[in-house]
Design a protein around this ligand. Structure first.
Ligand SMILES: *[C@@H]1O[C@H](CO)[C@@H](O)[C@H](O)[C@H]1NC(C)=O
Ligand SMILES: *[C@@H]1O[C@H](CO)[C@@H](O)[C@H](O)[C@H]1NC(C)=O
Ligand SMILES: *[C@@H]1O[C@H](CO)[C@@H](O)[C@H](O)[C@H]1NC(C)=O
Ligand SMILES: *[C@@H]1O[C@H](CO)[C@@H](O)[C@H](O)[C@H]1NC(C)=O
Ligand SMILES: *[C@@H]1O[C@H](CO)[C@@H](O)[C@H](O)[C@H]1NC(C)=O
Ligand SMILES: *[C@@H]1O[C@H](CO)[C@@H](O)[C@H](O)[C@H]1NC(C)=O
Length: 286
């Protein structure tokens, strides 16, 4: 009798086991479906201006022309984020320098209402215009350009819009501004099992090679990478789990670890505050 009760209890428990840390299944993501553009036949995505390598031309913050952009109402929402980032580094810092000198950091940011689809869309949309890039981190971002200059987005998913392209950006990380080259790759090329993502609550992972110091396609060291994972939490909101690996020869120092952790949390938290709204309004634009 007791055994039977125990067995039936076990069955009930087993029937209710929620695997994988009790994450709800990821929301259906249309990432396998090509995204649409309202621009009709014109599916060509091009940088808004030619490449400008002269950093004397870059500026922090906004000028009149920036406030004439259709998304200008969102431009300065992040101007008071600095104190929050400082707090995070004091209380949530996670980083290490490995024996071979490679810097590794882990940063968690709350992006409660951002879906993986929106996050993928952002990486295709922002890079072709400096003012869009500035939305993300108004107190640090100075410049953005994408190579190749011209990409046909016809029949591409949001992720396919940026994978294979490289962002040339200039931004302050800590006290110094520097040029960076960020080259987006297929997550599976680093061993991510994308088939397992839905059951893990993972909605996307953005993966890129990183080169610190110039605009170049030839300096990637196959060691320096960034990864941003959008994951659904059991409460249905999302968190962003970011990882950076920066070889010491690629300026991977403890100081950069601190500065990058602060920078990352600042801009990702801020992105979470406006991306859902921006996506609704601009998702069908190039
Ligand atoms: C694109 O538009 C077509 C036709 O209106 C529609 O069937 C399809 O679901 C849309 N795709 C996305 C990703 O919105
Ligand atoms: C996109 O897909 C449509 C429908 O399958 C096809 O007619 C069109 O040629 C494709 N465009 C490009 C640029 O591949
Ligand atoms: C990838 O994930 C799927 C789904 O969980 C699993 O069936 C498969 O074995 C995994 N592949 C590898 C190589 O681990
Ligand atoms: C990185 O890997 C690519 C592709 O395997 C290779 O062509 C390149 O030489 C490697 N770069 C370095 C610095 O090892
Ligand atoms: C250094 O070690 C890290 C962690 O084990 C590894 O990911 C990285 O590839 C190594 N870097 C170099 C330059 O070999
Ligand atoms: C996320 O959405 C909830 C419910 O609409 C809202 O209360 C909350 O302020 C939002 N959070 C952010 C960071 O936008």
């Amino acid at each position: 009798m007791l055994a039977a009760v125990l067995l039936s209890l076990l069955a009930v428990v087993n029937g209710n086991v929620v695997h994988r840390r009790q994450l709800a299944p990821a929301a259906p993501v249309s990432s396998s479906v090509p995204a649409n553009l309202t621009a009709g036949e014109d599916t060509i995505s091009t940088n808004v201006s030619p490449l400008d390598s002269n950093t004397e031309e870059y500026y922090l913050g906004f000028r009149e022309a920036d406030f004439e952009k259709p998304y200008a109402n969102l431009l300065c929402q992040g101007c008071s984020q600095v104190s929050r980032a400082t707090w995070v580094f004091q209380h949530g810092k996670r980083g290490a320098i490995s024996d071979n000198g490679t810097l590794m950091i882990a940063v968690r940011s709350e992006i409660p209402n951002v879906t993986g689809e929106q996050y993928d869309w952002w990486f295709g949309w922002h890079s072709v215009e400096t003012a869009r890039y500035k939305l993300w981190n108004p107190v640090a971002h100075r410049y953005s350009w994408r190579t190749p200059d011209v990409v046909d987005w016809a029949n591409r998913t949001y992720a396919e819009r940026y994978i294979g392209s490289t962002s040339y950006v200039d931004e302050y990380v800590g006290n110094d501004a520097a040029k960076l080259s960020i080259s987006f790759v297929e997550p599976s090329s680093l061993g991510f099992n994308t088939t397992a993502w839905p059951e893990l609550g993972i909605e996307t992972v953005v993966v890129a090679q990183l080169y610190n110091g110039d605009y170049s396609l030839n300096e990637f060291d196959n060691v320096s990478y960034l990864m941003h994972q959008v994951r659904r939490m059991p409460n249905g909101y999302r968190e962003l789990r970011s990882r950076f690996f920066v070889a010491s020869a690629n300026h991977g120092t403890a100081q950069l670890g601190h500065d990058l952790a602060v920078h990352c949390n600042t801009e990702m938290t801020h992105l979470g505050s406006f991306l859902p709204e921006l996506f609704q309004e601009f998702k069908d634009t190039k």
